[in-house]
Every structure is written in structure tokens, then in C-alpha cells.
Design a protein around this ligand. Structure first.
Ligand code: MRU
Length: 348
């Protein structure tokens, strides 16, 4: 399985996903700024993966803070975390990871700064290692939704590359394949950045899992023709009522699945939940540059000067989601109750 990110020789190595599947190249990040740029420019992407990158980036940044004063260290670390959280706005995992790192710093207020730097680095590694374990658990928890023979539609990339490893939605598919189930995956190409055809198809082929790529607009046709047994996607942020942000196009898949009586599942770790948000309307949706829509690989596709709008995510209302698969088990509607049971009574 292709690795996503690793820490080596006081640098962060990121597989540059912009170059996949043609080239497997490590991008070496030596500073916090390098990591923020890698996230913003999507050398690394996918909610859990950018959470791990945020944690590691903060560990890297913390090493450059030259002071023996806890207060100065803390202030500079908080500023780094603030900058990191701004890199991409939709995925909850970025904020979750940054908050975990801040908690380590704040709990060590009577330790010396060098010890705190070591603890912060250790925490970032444990966020990576734990993410892989969590995904394997999600895979096992989702197995019951996959028939022994199934054609599964997925969107974008919620695989090893989108996480610390193994994947969420693709983790469930991987687990089904490992359990001997006969799965065939239909992958939306996922315009404009083509995470489906470039990354998901690549990951599945590496594992010898049968895969067929379709253009995004073909999914309704396949559902109508009963060529899809279930849909499974990842998530970037899940509000306390179950409304889910994921790659643009997920909402229309969920509606089409409902109309065609096909189950639509979301697979996500608890770090993707935002129990402070009442509903999906409050999830910030990243708008990326129009050039991603109007050009590809440096070639302009449309007429010179054409306008384009490029929201990177959309919100699938909870009512279209058949179940949410987490490392702690399956959440079923009504989600408000099941999410409250997971996160405690103070969810919004
Ligand atoms: O813009 P991206 O490529 O970061 O979007 C990724 C997705 O939408 C994934 O489906 C989501 O982050 C879940 S990844 C396990």
C-alpha cells in the first residue's frame, strides 16, 4: 500500500499526490510553511491525511521556536496552529489535530521547552499510527454492509492516500476484498482534480480489486440501470445532526441513490465529526480557484477569460445517508441521537 506521509531526518516526507499515478515522488517539507503550502496546493489531501499533516507540520514548526520560556513557546505555537487551521477550511480533522497538539503543549506548562517539543513530535506520530488502526477498525465495522458479491460506487478518494493509511470508504472496500468478498468498484472520475481516476483507481489496481472508472455524470444512469448495489464515500466534516460535507458531487449521488433505492453509506473516523455544529449549513465550504475547472495539466479547456465557480465540497443532508460507519461502530438515523450518544450530551 502506498504510504502517504512520514517523518524522517527532521523533515516531513509527503507523497506528492498531484503527480500520481504517473510519478511516485516524495515532497520534502523542511518548514511549517512548506507543510501549509503542501496542504493548500493538495500535494497531500483527504480529511484524515491533512489532519496528520497538520499535526506533523506543527511538530516541525515547534522545533524552530527558539526560547526557554514556556509562555513565549506557547504563544508562538498557538499562532502556528492558527495559521495551520486556515490551510483548508472544510475538513474537521485539521482543527481536531491542531487542538490535540495544543492540548499537549498546554498540559505541559511546568516542563521545559525541549521536553515539550519531544512530546509534540511524539503526539504527531501517534496521530498517524492511530489513524491507520482506526481505518482498519472502520473497515471491519463496515463489512456487514457489503454483500458477498457487490458492485460499489465511490466518489473522490477516501483511500490510503486520503488518510494515514488503509482508507475509510476504501478501507471498507479493502476489508471486504480481504475477507474474500467479490467486489467490483465503480469510481467517479471526480472533476475537477480527478482524485477518483488518478488516486482511487490507482490504489484499487495496486490491490488487484476490480475497478471501472466512469465520468461523474454517468452515475445516475448506472443506478437507474441497477448496476450499483451500494454507494460508499468518505467525509470531510459531519455536523451533529449527521449532515455531511464531502467532495463536490457527493450530494447528487446521495439523492440519486435515494431515488433508486440504493443504500448510501459514509465511512469516517470520529475526528471528522464536528459535534459543535448544529447542521450542515454551518460547515464552511472551500471555494478553490476557477483555473482548476477551466484548465487541465496547464492546458486551458474553455474560451480565454471564461468565468468558473469551483466549490470543492457539498453537503449531503442526513436524510439521504443510510448509515455512518465509524471506528466505534455504526451510526443509524436519527443521527442527532446516535451522535449525541458518542460525543456526550453537550452536542449542539
Ligand atoms: O479535496 P480533497 O481531495 O481533499 O477531498 C477529499 C474528500 O472529499 C474525501 O472524500 C474526504 O476527505 C474523505 S477522505 C478519507
Amino acid at each position: 500500500m502506498i504510504p502517504t506521509i512520514k517523518w524522517e531526518d527532521n523533515c516531513i516526507y509527503i507523497i506528492d499526490q498531484r503527480k500520481l499515478p504517473r510519478k511516485k515522488e516524495w515532497l520534502v517539507c523542511q518548514t511549517l510553511k512548506d507543510v501549509i503550502t503542501a496542504i493548500r496546493e493538495m500535494a497531500i489531501r483527504g480529511a484524515p491525511a491533512i489532519g496528520v499533516a497538520a499535526a506533523m507540520g506543527l511538530a516541525l514548526g515547534s522545533q524552530t521556536i527558539k526560547t526557554e520560556s514556556y509562555e513565549i513557546f506557547r504563544r508562538r505555537f498557538l499562532e502556528m496552529a492558527r495559521q495551520m487551521k486556515l490551510a483548508r477550511p472544510t475538513a474537521a480533522n485539521m482543527r481536531w489535530a491542531a487542538e490535540r497538539m495544543i492540548r499537549v503543549v498546554e498540559m505541559m506548562d511546568d516542563n521545559n521547552v525541549e521536553e515539550i517539543k519531544r512530546a509534540v513530535r511524539k503526539e504527531s506520530q501517534s496521530i498517524l499510527d492511530r489513524d491507520i488502526e482506526i481505518n482498519k477498525k472502520i473497515g471491519q465495522n463496515g463489512l456487514g454492509f457489503i454483500p458477498d458479491k457487490a458492485t460499489i460506487l465511490t466518489h473522490c478518494n477516501a483511500g490510503a492516500l486520503a488518510t494515514g493509511g488503509y482508507g475509510t470508504a476504501l478501507g471498507v472496500i479493502r476489508a471486504a476484498h480481504e475477507a474474500g468478498k467479490d467486489v467490483h468498484v465503480i469510481v467517479d472520475e471526480t472533476r475537477p482534480l480527478l482524485q477518483g481516476i488518478r488516486l482511487t483507481a490507482f490504489e484499487l489496481m495496486e490491490e488487484n480489486i476490480p475497478v471501472t472508472v466512469i465520468v461523474d455524470s454517468a452515475s445516475g444512469y448506472l443506478m437507474q440501470k441497477k448496476m450499483i448495489d451500494l454507494v460508499i464515500t468518505g467525509a470531510d466534516r459531519i455536523a451533529s445532526n449527521g449532515d455531511t460535507a464531502n467532495k463536490i458531487g457527493s450530494y447528487q449521488l446521495a439523492v440519486l441513490a435515494k431515488v433508486n433505492k440504493i443504500p448510501f453509506y459514509v465511512a469516517a473516523p470520529l475526528s471528522t465529526f464536528d459535534p459543535d455544529l448544529k447542521n450542515g449549513d454551518l460547515i464552511p465550504i472551500e471555494e478553490r480557484e476557477p483555473k482548476e475547472v477551466i484548465s487541465f495539466a496547464g492546458h486551458l479547456l474553455g474560451p480565454e477569460g471564461v468565468d468558473a465557480f469551483n466549490p470543492a465540497f457539498d453537503i449531503t443532508p442526513a436524510k439521504y445517508i443510510s448509515a455512518i460507519i465509524t471506528e466505534r461502530g455504526i451510526l443509524k438515523p436519527p443521527y442527532k441521537g446516535s451522535i449525541r450518544a458518542l460525543f456526550g450530551t453537550d452536542v449542539k
